[in-house]
Write a protein that binds this ligand. Structure first.
Ligand SMILES: Nc1ncnc2c1ncn2[C@@H]1O[C@H](COP(=O)(O)OP(=O)(O)OP(=O)(O)O)[C@@H](O)[C@H]1O
Ligand SMILES: [Mg+2]
Length: 287
């Protein structure tokens, strides 16, 4: 393989995905002391990332990332700009195609096979971005309904009831008929969260959902996410720079740098007793 400058890129060789039972045993042993989330021996992780590599032209951006996420677990991903956090999330829902490695959702491999139905996959994986990506010409209610009707083929009445329920949950029932330009950034992001939750995905991926917001609006969005994390049982992978949120809400904190998971563990361990110099420096700089 050749990169854009004609440099030869070493093809990355990775082993085949592990057998599901074996993977579950390995993940159980590895993760049981790294997360506050309770899971049973014999349980299988909902997301398995094995030897994930992503190279853009000739630059490796993810290098052998291995991570398992458990059903109902809240994983917060931290790391400096350019460390590969967004790329990892985008690989999980196949907005990016991994260069090598395996991603499995409920033990079903989504990578390296043409059989994956990307639309089906994205039903199972909700995503909330930094920019809210709402349809500007639709009301908040319609924004939360549209995926349910178009993708899940739900009858409109049902979709509307679910949308209202989710708008209530994010504190915006009284804004159901407003369009995005009439809503604050924080309100738009809460609509985007309601929209993702209304699809009842298996996992929701959040990519810096508060970093485009004015500080006074951040709190409302974090409160909504905190509520979801504590009460919905939803599995969440959250990239954020909100350290308070990470410390209080995360079951596990993952620190990435240079496309590698440098350190992961219980929030109190990673924050109060970081094991690597890089984690120390990063947390020292950001506090
Ligand atoms: N489409 C692309 N083409 C080429 N390079 C890319 C592309 N997307 C990302 N990269 C590069 O990959 C690296 C990791 O980017 P990524 O967006 O995953 O980082 P990040 O950890 O999310 O950073 P931030 O905190 O700034 O959002 C960066 O060096 C970036 O320039
Ligand atoms: Mg990013």
């Amino acid at each position: 393989m050749f990169g854009k400058n004609g440099h030869k890129i070493e093809a990355v060789e990775v082993p085949p995905a592990m057998d599901a039972g074996e993977a579950a045993r390995v993940a159980y042993e590895r993760d049981k002391s790294l997360t506050r989330h309770h899971f049973e021996e014999g349980e299988h992780p909902i997301v398995r990332i094995e030897h994930l590599n992503k190279t853009f032209t000739d630059t490796p951006v993810l290098r052998d990332v291995n991570l398992d996420v458990w059903n109902g677990e809240i994983v917060v991903v931290l790391g400096p700009s350019g460390s590969g956090k967004s790329t990892m999330l985008r690989c999980i829902n196949l907005l990016e195609t991994p260069t090598a490695g395996h991603i499995l959702i409920e033990d079903k491999e989504i990578t390296g096979t043409k059989k994956t139905d990307v639309n089906m996959l994205r039903r199972d994986l909700g995503m909330v971005f930094q920019g809210f990506n709402l349809f500007p010409h639709m009301t908040a209610l319609e924004n939360v309904m549209v995926g349910q009707v178009k993708v899940l083929k739900k009858p409109k009445d049902e979709a509307r009831a679910e949308a209202m329920k989710q708008l209530e949950a994010v504190g915006l029932a009284d804004r159901a008929d407003y369009k995005p330009p009439q809503l604050s950034g924080g309100q738009q992001q809460r609509v985007a969260i309601a929209r993702a939750v209304a699809m009842h995905p298996k996992v929701i991926l959040f990519d810096e959902p508060t970093s485009a917001l004015d500080p006074e609006l951040v709190r409302d969005v974090l409160n909504v996410m905190r509520d979801l994390a504590l009460h919905s049982g939803m599995t969440m992978i959250v990239v954020t720079h909100e350290m308070g949120f990470a410390r209080d809400v995360a079951d596990r904190v993952v620190f990435m740098e240079g496309g590698v998971v440098v350190e992961q563990g219980l929030p109190e361990e990673v924050f109060d007793h970081p094991k690597t110099q890089r984690t120390k420096e990063f947390l020292g700089n950001i506090r």
